[in-house]
Design a protein around this ligand. Sequence first.
Ligand SMILES: Cc1cc2nc3c(=O)[nH]c(=O)nc-3n(C[C@H](O)[C@H](O)[C@H](O)COP(=O)(O)O)c2cc1C
Length: 221
Amino acid sequence: MTSLLHLDASARPEALSRRVGAALVDALRARDPGVDYTYRDLAADPVPHVTQAWTEICENLMRDQITDLSLLHLGARTASQKQAWRTVEPLLRELIDADLIVITTPMYNYSVPSSLKAWIDQVTFPRMNLAERRFAVVAARGGSYADGSPKAPYEHQVRYLSDVIVGHFGVAEPEVIVVELTNARVDPLLAHRLDDHVASLEAALVAARRLGARLASGGPR
Ligand SMILES: Cc1cc2nc3c(=O)[nH]c(=O)nc-3n(C[C@H](O)[C@H](O)[C@H](O)COP(=O)(O)O)c2cc1C
C-alpha cells in the first residue's frame, strides 16, 4: 500500500469518529512511514453540492458510455460544465490515486452527514469501478444499532456507505469499526449505558490500531 486518503466528516473537532480514525491512521503510518498521505476535513473545508452543470456531465458520460476513470473529464464540455469539473477534478484525483480510503463519520439522522454525502455526490459517476482499492469506515453514533436491537432497521450510516462502496464502486466490503452509544456521555436517559459506550470506544480503539497495522505495506490483504 502506498497511498492513503483520509476523510473526516464530523462537525466536532473532538469527535470520536475522528479519534478512532486517527488511531487507525497513526498505526498505519507508524508501520509504513513512506505512505503517501492525503487528508481532507469535509466539515472544516466543505465540498460544495453538485450543480446542474455537474448533472449534465453525468448525463454526457452516460449517453457516451464513458466509464474509464481516466476519461471522465471528457464529460465536461460547456463552459459551465468545465467550471463544475474544476471542483470534481482534485477530489476525484485524490480518490483514484489512493490504494486505501479511510472514511470517518458520525451518524446524523440515521445516515451520514451532508458534508460526506456532498463529497460522495461529487466523486461518484455512473458505473465507475474502483477495483483494487480498499476502504475502511469508522462510524460513531449516539445510540445502538447493533444487530437485533430495536433500532437496527434504522441503520443507514454504515449500510449506506457499504452499499456505495461495494454496490457502486465495485470493491470489497469495507473494514468497519463502530463506536456506539456516545450519547450516554451526555444524555441522562442513557446514563445506564455509559459502561457499554466506554467498552465500545475501547474496543474500537484497539480494533483501529490493529487494522492500521494490518493495512500497512506488507500486511495481509
Ligand atoms: C445533527 C445530529 C444528528 C444526530 N442524529 C443521530 C441519530 O440519528 N442517531 C444516533 O444514534 N445519534 C445521532 N446523533 C448523535 C451522534 O451520532 C453522536 O454524537 C456521535 O458521537 C457523533 O459522532 P462524532 O463523535 O464522531 O462527532 C446526532 C448528532 C447530531 C449532531
